[in-house]
Design a protein around this ligand. Structure first.
Ligand SMILES: Cc1cc2nc3c(=O)[nH]c(=O)nc-3n(C[C@H](O)[C@H](O)[C@H](O)COP(=O)(O)OP(=O)(O)OC[C@H]3O[C@@H](n4cnc5c(N)ncnc54)[C@H](O)[C@@H]3O)c2cc1C
Length: 333
C-alpha cells in the first residue's frame, strides 16, 4: 500500500505522510564539540515530524558523534571522516551531502543559520535544483515555515512545494534539543572523492575570555555614541562585571572601533539574551533586527527621541560617559 503513494499525494494524507518525513541535519562542530546552534536545528527538525538523521563530517569526529548519540530526537547518525573535511569547507561537504541524499532520499535537509549553514545549504540547494528557505523562525508543518522579512519588521509564512525542502534555522527562535536519553544508531558513510577545489589552511579566531556573543545571557552593545575604540573600554569594564558579551552597531564596526565579529543586526549576528544593554545606539531597524527578541532591553542614550527607546523595557536618557562608569562602580560595591 505504501509503495503506491507518491510524494505528490502525500500532502492529502497527513497521517501517512508523517511516516515518510525524514530530515537530515548537518552538524556544525570543531571535531570536539557541537556548536549550540546545531542542537537548535535538531529541535526544528523534530518539529517537522518523521525521523531525524544527523550528518557528522570531519577529520576526527568520533567524539562529536558520541555527543550526538545522547541527543533526544535523533534516530541515526551518519559519520563521514576524511582529511578533505578539514575546516568543513562547503566545496567538500556538498558532494557528500548529495551522495547521502541520493542514498537515503530525505524529504528535508537543514542546518543552523550560522556562517557555516549560510555558506553550505544554498550550494546544496542549487545542486538539487530547489530553493533554500533561509533563517526560519518557526515550523508550522512539514511544508510551511515562518521567516522574517523587511529586516525583521514582518513575518512571512512560506509554503514550500519543493520535493526536498532545504532550510536554515535561526538559533534564537528554537530551544536546544536535550543532550540526554538519546540512543541514535551510528552508521559510517563513504566519502566521495575530494573535490579539491579549495584547501583549508588556517583560521584566526578572536580570543576572548568573555562569553560568545550569540549564546551569552547578557550582552552590552555600543554604538557610534562611544566615539572611539578606546572608549569601548567603558563597556568592557561593565561587561566584565556582569559576565556579559560585548556587541556593537554596524556604525561602530565601520568606524573601526571594534572588530566586525561583534556586529549585531541584520547583516551581523542575531542575539536574544536575557538582558541586552544598548549604549549610544540609535536603534536603526537594521540593528533592531538583530536584538529585538532579547528578553529585557535597556537603552542608554542622551537623545530622548532615539528610536531605541521604542523597543526598550528600561530607558535611561543620559550621557553614556557619565552613566556607564556609574553603573560599573555600582556593580563593584
Ligand atoms: C543594508 C544595511 C544593513 C545594515 N546592517 C546593520 C547591522 O547589521 N547592524 C547595525 O547596527 N546597523 C546596520 N546597518 C546600519 C544602520 O542603518 C545604522 O546606520 C546603524 O545601526 C547606526 O549605528 P549607531 O546606532 O551606532 O549610530 P547612530 O545612528 O549614529 O547613533 C548613535 C547614537 O548615539 C547617541 N549618542 C551619541 N553620543 C552619546 C552620548 N555621549 N551618550 C549617550 N548617547 C549618545 C546618539 O543620540 C545616537 O542615538 C545597516 C544598514 C544597511 C543599509
Amino acid at each position: 500500500m505504501f509503495t503506491a503513494i507518491n510524494r505528490r499525494s502525500l500532502g492529502q494524507l497527513p497521517c501517512l505522510a508523517q511516516r515518510f518525513h525524514s530530515t537530515l541535519v548537518i552538524a556544525e562542530h570543531n571535531n570536539n564539540q557541537l556548536t549550540p546552534i546545531t542542537l537548535k536545528a535538531i529541535t526544528a527538525a523534530s518539529k517537522v515530524g518523521g525521523e531525524v538523521t544527523r550528518l557528522v563530517a570531519g577529520t576526527n569526529c568520533a567524539k562529536v558523534a558520541d555527543q550526538i548519540r545522547k541527543v533526544q530526537g535523533v534516530k541515526k547518525i551518519l559519520v563521514a571522516q576524511h582529511d578533505c573535511y578539514k575546516g568543513l569547507l562547503p566545496e567538500e561537504l556538498t558532494p557528500l551531502i548529495l551522495a547521502t541524499q541520493k542514498q537515503f532520499n530525505f524529504t528535508h535537509i537543514c542546518a543552523g543559520a550560522s556562517a557555516f549553514g549560510k555558506n553550505l545549504l544554498p550550494r546544496v540547494s542549487a545542486k538539487l535544483d530547489v530553493a533554500t528557505l533561509s533563517d526560519i523562525t518557526e515550523v508550522k508543518s512539514q511544508d510551511t515555515f515562518v521567516r522574517t522579512i523587511y529586516a525583521g519588521n514582518a513575518l512571512a509564512t512560506v509554503k514550500c512545494n519543493e520535493e526536498v525542502k532545504v532550510f536554515t534555522v535561526r538559533g534564537t527562535s528554537f530551544e536546544p534539543a536535550a543532550v540526554e536519553r538519546g540512543s541514535a544508531a551510528t552508521e559510517q558513510v563513504a566519502s566521495p572523492s575530494p573535490a579539491g577545489m579549495s584547501e583549508w589552511l588556517e583560521q584566526s579566531l578572536t580570543k576572548s575570555d568573555r562569553p560568545e556573543l550569540t549564546s551569552a545571557k547578557v550582552v552590552v552593545s555600543g554604538g557610534r555614541g562611544l566615539k572611539s575604540g578606546e572608549n569601548f573600554k567603558l563597556l568592557y569594564d561593565l561587561a566584565d562585571k556582569m559576565g556579559a558579551a560585548v556587541g556593537a552597531s554596524r556604525a561602530a564596526v565601520d568606524a573601526g572601533y571594534v572588530p566586525n565579529d561583534t556586529q549585531v543586526g541584520q547583516t551581523g549576528k542575531i542575539v536574544a539574551p536575557e538582558l541586552y544593554i544598548a549604549v549610544g545606539i540609535s536603534g536603526a531597524i537594521q540593528h533592531l533586527a538583530g536584538m529585538k527578541d532579547s528578553k529585557i532591553i535597556v537603552a542608554i542614550n542622551k537623545d530622548p527621541e532615539a528610536p531605541i527607546f521604542q523597543v526598550a523595557d528600561y530607558g535611561l536618557v543620559e550621557d553614556l560617559f557619565k552613566a556607564v562608569p556609574e553603573m560599573t562602580a555600582a556593580l563593584k560595591k
